[in-house]
Design a binder for this molecule. Structure first.
Ligand code: LLP
Length: 415
């Protein structure tokens, strides 16, 4: 579904004009569409209907309380990677028993809190983590349910864009070593083995790497069955790509249909950890042109959003679409869209054909995932507001940070 579309010469978020939101909340502001998030979540959940499953939204992609609350109401589970994310999910009304806890660096304190609230599963990424979890669980007199995150070493030659499922990555346990680690886990009295987990990378735009990984996981499941270790669920991680520009990523429905076909006849629950594919295209970053600067070599549009608000272009050279909120009928120029931060790397987009004037509003598309969550206070800039649109209604789900807040925790030296 298209959450952002033009009507009467203006860009709307669902039923609300973005120009109206800019007036009410100022800029820069992240704007999210409730309907889009719901539709994307349903794409997963509906395709999984009829078999045991859990769709765990990857909180790192967008951890706004309003967004998490919306997903919790839909019955989503959550994939977390820190105690902070755990507390957010609980504060947003998410159920602990639908949480999977991923990440290579879980601290003892992380483990204690997760055991205390009773998360569904720890996705364990190393043997040392396994031993630590046993110790912490024993201290608390609890049993921790676990999956091992295995690294299926999906062929990089055929799928060079995969970044986390390869031998050389820091993530997971090499699939060749996994059976031995499972045997060790089975000896540990405070651990209960329930699953096998993998996550091979993000922004994947074709199915073969996912299905290669799945095939390798299924071989492991069979090997474990031979050792008397019964696996109840397969967690295939996140990673399904979205369209930023010309990409044609598979639909969640097609991905899941292919997975279901491969696991048919097996008694396995399916877990997914989608982040980007649920929220990326549910959001835009709304920003206003402060200045137009024409030099001999370049035309710059200096806007009020910067790399501290949206770092993907600067960090990954990510291409993100930029739309004028009220397109004007004038001669277009080729602009670099840059922020006020004192770094050459502070750009949101390069070489975009736009007809602009000072004060115009722009919407940076596909900013609902890894947008606000990666923002910082660099250059002592307060972080943007976040607004969720639902039809004609608008909710400010995070107010703009004030300047006082930025140094409230700091102090002068003693006299
Ligand atoms: N599960 C695990 C264990 C992960 O590490 C990730 C993402 C996900 C699930 C969700 O993956 P997704 O469905 O969103 O692809 N900041 C980068 C993306 C980093 C992804 C890290 N892991 C970006 O802006 O492109």
């Amino acid at each position: 579904m298209e959450a952002f579309s033009y009507r009467d010469g203006q860009l709307f978020a669902e039923g609300v004009a973005l120009s109206e939101l800019a007036q009410r909340f100022g800029t820069p502001t992240y704007v999210y569409s409730r309907a889009h998030i719901e539709a994307q979540y349903h794409a997963y959940a509906d395709a999984l209907a009829g078999i045991p499953h859990l769709v765990c939204f990857a909180v790192k992609a967008n951890s706004n309380l309003g967004v998490l609350n919306l997903l919790a109401r839909l019955g989503a589970g959550f994939d977390i990677v820190s105690r902070g994310e755990l507390e957010r999910v609980l504060a947003a009304g998410g159920a602990a028993e639908r949480i999977v806890f991923s990440g290579v660096g879980k601290s003892r304190e992380d483990m204690r809190r997760a055991l205390e609230v009773g998360v569904h599963c720890f996705n364990v990424e190393s043997t040392d983590e396994l031993e630590r979890l046993q110790t912490v669980a024993a201290e608390q007199g609890k049993t921790a349910s676990i999956s091992l995150r295995v690294n299926p070493d999906v062929d990089a030659g055929t799928h060079p864009y995969i970044s986390t499922g390869l031998k050389e990555n820091k993530f997971g346990i090499a699939i060749a070593a996994a059976a031995a680690v499972y045997s060790r886990a089975a000896e540990l009295p405070n651990l209960r083995i329930i699953g096998v987990d993998c996550h091979i990378g993000s922004q994947l735009t074709s199915l073969p790497p996912f299905l290669d990984a799945l095939d390798r996981l299924l071989l492991l499941v069979d090997e474990l069955a031979g050792k008397g270790i019964h696996i109840q669920h397969l967690d295939l991680g996140g990673g399904l790509g979205v369209r930023y520009r010309e990409e044609q990523p598979p639909l969640a429905a097609d991905y899941i249909a292919a997975v279901r076909q491969r696991i048919a006849g097996r008694d396995l629950k399916l877990v997914f950890e989608p982040g980007r594919s649920i929220v990326a295209n549910a959001g835009v970053l709304l920003t206003r042109v402060e200045y137009l600067k024409h030099t001999e070599h370049k035309d710059f549009a200096i806007v009020d959003a910067a790399m501290n608000d949206l770092i993907r272009p600067a960090l990954y050279q990510a291409w993100m679409d930029v739309l004028p909120v009220q397109p004007r009928d004038a001669q277009a120029r080729r602009y670099d869209i840059v922020g006020p931060i004192c770094e050459t790397g502070d750009f949101l987009a390069k070489e975009r054909e736009l007809a602009l004037a000072e004060g115009d509003l722009l919407a940076v598309r596909s900013a609902g995932a890894y947008g606000f969550v990666m923002s910082s206070n660099y250059n002592t800039r307060g972080r943007a507001a976040e607004v969720l649109v639902d039809g004609e209604q608008t909710f400010e789900v995070r107010r703009r940070e004030t300047l006082q807040e930025l140094y409230a925790g700091e102090s002068l030296l003693p006299a």
